[in-house]
Design a protein around this ligand. Structure first.
Ligand code: HEM
Length: 142
């Protein structure tokens, strides 16, 4: 009856987690930008919830990625044509940028300069996430 579950323990677990940070941090990016156009649409509290919940999923996403890659041996092999290395670096950089942005945003005071830091950091994080996702597609689908 549960034949469909046969061998489930051998499947990759990273894909189960990846969607949460991708969705929540993309929403963070969109709402930070929207907040400067229409503040009522994207209050700081909502942006904060999206970003911190997205960040909370990152450790699980990173650890399961390392488990699925059978450890970090690919880093010592240093085959730079491997998409996995670049996926790893882009994903890790995105994680650092979003975490830094979330911490910074809690203490910021709104001024012309901080608008650029805010939108710049969140856009950098979003692009890194996008590159990580594209490289993941190359690994999984080609
Ligand atoms: C922000 C963190 C990360 C995100 C958002 C992310 C995202 C993704 C996505 C979207 C896929 C394709 C899943 C699919 O549709 O099958 C994937 C695959 C993969 N990722 Fe990541 N990733 C992250 C971090 C990492 C890290 C740190 C590693 C460590 C090496 C890693 C290793 C892998 C591997 C090996 C695959 C191939 C599928 C698998 O065996 O799980 N990822 N990743």
């Amino acid at each position: 009856m549960f034949a469909i579950l046969d061998g489930i323990e051998t499947l990759p677990i990273h894909p189960v987690f990846v969607h949460f940070p991708i969705a929540l941090l993309t929403l963070t990016w969109a709402f930070v930008l929207a907040g400067y156009i229409r503040p009522a649409v994207a209050p700081d509290l909502l942006v904060g919830w999206f970003e911190w919940i997205g960040i909370a999923f990152l450790p699980f996403t990173i650890v399961t990625g390392i488990v699925d890659a059978d450890g970090l041996g690919f880093l010592t092999e240093r085959i730079w044509s491997q998409p996995l290395i670049w996926h790893f670096l882009a994903a890790l950089s995105a994680s650092i940028v979003f975490t830094g942005h979330a911490v910074w945003r809690r203490k910021r005071t709104v001024s012309r300069r901080t608008v650029w830091i805010d939108t710049g950091l969140v856009t950098l994080g979003f692009w890194l996430l996008l590159v990580a996702g594209l490289l993941a597609g190359e690994m999984v689908y080609t």
